[in-house]
Design a binder for this molecule. Structure first.
Ligand code: KG4
Ligand code: ZN
Length: 346
């Protein structure tokens, strides 16, 4: 029987703890401190760390109780040791080390971003031998070539400035929407015309395609939106918020999908997994599914609760790593706020 793996996620503002056996999720529980940050308009690291401390044991107990397992039955512990906020990571890693030590079980320190792709195996089944993963959230926008989720991940590209969700949040603020603005901009965009305003497509000019073929940049776009809104004010025109949101959303998702499709063609892959909180975005989902289908690709997007940060993604990756026979991480590793994506495990 496959090992029973406990997964612990605490990289940002969600405390997630899950139990996975093989590719089957037994239970996951997520506690979020997002509401505590909303009034500050952004995540406050110290508030997030304290919330992890308060949530860790209740979240663990709730997962064990719901799955009908005791701590002693766990065969391995997996924890996200980076990338993320140092204080938040430290709580999860300290808790994971304490559990592994007390239970005398192997501990795997795994990469949070790779976990965003790994979780899809719990939903859509075993991965093909090679696939692309587009991981998009408020903190990351990366395109990965995955030959083996447990051992071989290559980062083809990433954002050079803002993450996709971060860009949406900033434009949400420009449009006077509540934090986090992403879902509000999405809703507004559905009412507008995506072709109304020709906003720039970052890093998409022919010369960008030499060095930055698979990299992204959204800060120039955000500035273009700000300038456009300023011009409206100067001219005394009413702002067509729906059209601004729709045209901005089209610019972000067009670049994400175009670069992903190009990578799929150049690397001869026929499957793309999309993960991270921004994959909730309806403009991205529509464009990826439609254009992916046209290109003959299988596009796998897990349901939303597995796209936002959660413990199942870490348990899924821990399970894949344990299955593949990778050496456990021991107890002497530290957290790594900038953990490189090629490092699936420590
Ligand atoms: O993965 P996640 O929950 O947290 C991070 O690790 O960042 O992603 C949250 C990000 C936020 O920036 C949020 O505004 C954005 O994803 N987001 C969206 C949508 N839902 C969440 N952005 C655009 N459209 C959405 N529907
Ligand atoms: Zn994440």
């Amino acid at each position: 029987m496959d090992p029973l793996v406990l997964g612990i996620e605490s990289t940002c503002d969600e405390t997630g703890i899950a139990l996975v056996r093989g590719r089957e999720l037994l239970h996951d529980t997520v506690a979020s401190s997002m509401e505590e940050h909303a009034r500050f308009g952004g995540i406050v690291p110290e508030v997030a760390s304290r919330a992890h401390l308060e949530s860790f044991v209740p979240t663990l107990n709730s997962t064990l109780a719901a799955a009908g397992h005791s701590l002693e039955e766990i065969d391995a512990v997996a924890v996200a040791s980076g990338p993320g906020l140092v204080g938040s990571l430290t709580v999860g890693v300290a808790g994971a080390k304490a559990l592994a030590l007390a239970l005398d079980k192997p501990l795997y320190a795994v990469n949070h971003v790779v976990g965003h792709a790994a979780v899809d195996e719990l939903v859509h089944g075993e991965f093909p031998s090679r696939f692309l993963a587009l991981i998009v959230s408020g903190g990351h926008s990366s395109l990965l070539l995955v030959d083996d989720i447990a051992t071989s991940v290559t980062e083809l590209g990433h954002t050079l400035d803002d993450a996709a969700g971060e860009a949406f949040d900033k434009v949400g603020r420009l449009l006077g929407l509540p934090y986090p603005g992403g879902p509000h901009v999405d809703a507004l965009a559905r009412e507008g015309d995506p072709a109304a305003i020709a906003f720039p497509r970052g890093l998409s000019k022919p010369h960008d395609m030499v060095e930055h073929a698979y990299d992204f940049s959204f800060s120039g776009l955000k500035t273009a939106v700000a300038r456009w809104l300023e011009q409206c004010e100067i001219d005394g025109r009413a702002v067509p918020k729906e059209d601004v949101a729709a045209s901005f959303a089209a610019a972000v998702t067009d670049v994400l999908v175009t670069k992903t499709l190009r990578a799929a063609e150049n690397h001869h892959v026929d499957t793309v997994v999309i993960g991270g909180g921004f994959s909730a975005n309806s403009q991205l989902r529509d464009a990826a599914l439609m254009r992916g289908q046209e290109a003959g690709l299988t596009v796998r997007i897990p349901p939303l609760r597995f796209c936002t940060d959660n413990g199942a993604m870490i348990a899924a990756l821990g399970s894949a790593v344990a299955r593949s026979g990778v050496e456990p991480s021991g107890l002497h590793f530290g957290v790594d706020s900038a953990m490189p994506l090629r490092e699936v495990t420590v």
